[in-house]
Ligand binder design. Structure first.
Ligand code: ZN
Length: 396
């Protein structure tokens, strides 16, 4: 494939560049004339386009694609949980299945070729034919049955087994018990899978755990949660203090951190990966995401869309633009890394995904490109459906 510019994400963009593939792998990348001389086979000329790695959405819930526009921004986080529960109660398994499939189609249209997707319905997963690479995470909640944490985990592992790759997602410390988190880590150790969770998302989660008060505290208490872990520590301190496998976690949010949390992160040995969802963050009006401080601590930060119950579409381009608005000093190249290189690292796919390099998977997208000097800016500004995608060596 020849393109006006090839954006490898592991070196400067290559003007008049080309990529050669064999099957689903990259076998050569460089200047067009040189790649052509070294390789035989058909040449696909993409013309005045930028060829780049397919985008990776590190945190999403396709279950709730059908809830787009249904829940207005809430006054309190506890109110939002009530509202989404009310919406979910109106839906059947068939509705959720349709919602997941609709979400996949939309993500693909926006140039996403890999997705980390949490599902509350692992029993539906066998019925789905994913059109893009998917890490399925079973989202687990045991707040109403904390004595059965192991059963909750084992049941979802049984449902997900037919899919590869899969992982586990205890929902959040306020809905998943310490036992549930422990069982997930035991399975991660035995089966070599990834784990993900929501942490330190809202001010109300902070006041629930640290102060033992606030709307989320009251709400969880009313539904019968044991509240003995509240009134002591921040959500982050609680999470870090109990982790046996910190390096295996992809943690969504980290919006609400105390000064002591930054000290704790600086001292922690195993570092987890972080996903930030700029537009969902704006919808909830959380405290400012501490991007620079987390990056300076060496955390690998990715972007995700989260679900359409708190976002308007599944475009990672729009997510990059929202991030850029909040962090105008971050280079466009670094922002693009947050939907390519960084999530590939978080999914333990550094050599396979998120870059165009020898041996990597042939997952690419191609976008119109009018200038080879402002290519990263042009990519971030792109706001149309992606017309050309290659996934696993096949043009889709
Ligand atoms: Zn989420």
């Amino acid at each position: 494939m020849r393109a006006r510019v090839v954006v490898t994400m592991n070196g400067p963009p290559i003007e008049n560049g080309a990529v050669a593939i064999e099957g689903n792998r990259v076998v050569d990348v460089g200047l067009f004339d040189e790649v052509k001389a070294r390789n035989s086979g058909e040449v696909v000329d993409l013309g005045e386009q930028a060829l780049l790695p397919g985008l990776i959405n590190a945190h999403c819930h396709l279950d709730y694609t059908c809830l787009r526009g249904k829940i207005p921004p809430p006054k309190s986080f506890a109110d939002w949980i009530r509202a989404i529960n009310a919406e979910k109660a109106k839906l059947s398994q068939r509705d959720f299945l349709a919602s997941i499939n609709q979400g996949f189609a939309e993500a693909r249209r926006f140039g996403t070729t890999t997705i980390g997707n949490l599902t509350a319905f692992p029993e539906l997963v066998a019925k789905i034919n994913e059109p893009i690479r998917t890490w399925w995470f079973a989202e687990l909640i045991d707040v109403r049955e904390p004595k059965h944490a192991k059963d909750v985990v084992d049941l979802s592992v049984e449902s997900l087994k037919s899919k590869e790759p899969w992982g586990l997602a205890p929902h959040a410390p306020f809905t998943a018990s310490a036992d549930l988190y422990r069982h997930c880590e035991a399975i991660a150790r035995a089966k070599n899978i990834l784990l993900t969770t929501h942490l330190a998302e809202s001010r109300e989660e902070m006041s629930m755990f640290r102060d033992g008060s606030g709307p989320l505290y009251e709400f969880m208490k009313r539904i019968g949660r044991l509240m003995d872990d509240c009134g002591h520590e921040t959500p982050l301190a609680l999470f870090v203090g109990r982790r046996a496998l910190p390096g295996r976690w992809i943690v969504a949010h980290l919006n609400e951190l105390a000064e002591s949390d930054f000290d704790l992160l600086a001292k922690s040995e195993g570092k987890f990966d972080v996903v930030h969802s700029p537009r969902s963050h704006g919808y909830f009006a959380h405290s400012r995401f501490p991007f620079e401080r987390l990056r300076a601590l060496g955390l690998n930060i990715c972007l995700g869309t989260d679900s359409l119950a708190s976002n308007e579409d599944l475009s990672l381009f729009a997510e990059m633009r929202a991030f850029q608005k909040n962090e105008p000093r971050t280079s466009p190249e670094a922002i693009l890394s947050m939907v390519t290189v960084n999530p590939a690292r978080a999914l333990r796919q550094k050599d396979a995904l998120g870059e165009i390099r020898l041996g990597s998977r042939a997952d690419f997208i191609s976008l119109p490109c009018a200038s080879s000097t402002r290519v990263f800016e042009e990519i971030i500004a792109f706001d149309q459906p992606v017309e050309w995608t290659m996934l696993d060596g096949k043009i889709r």
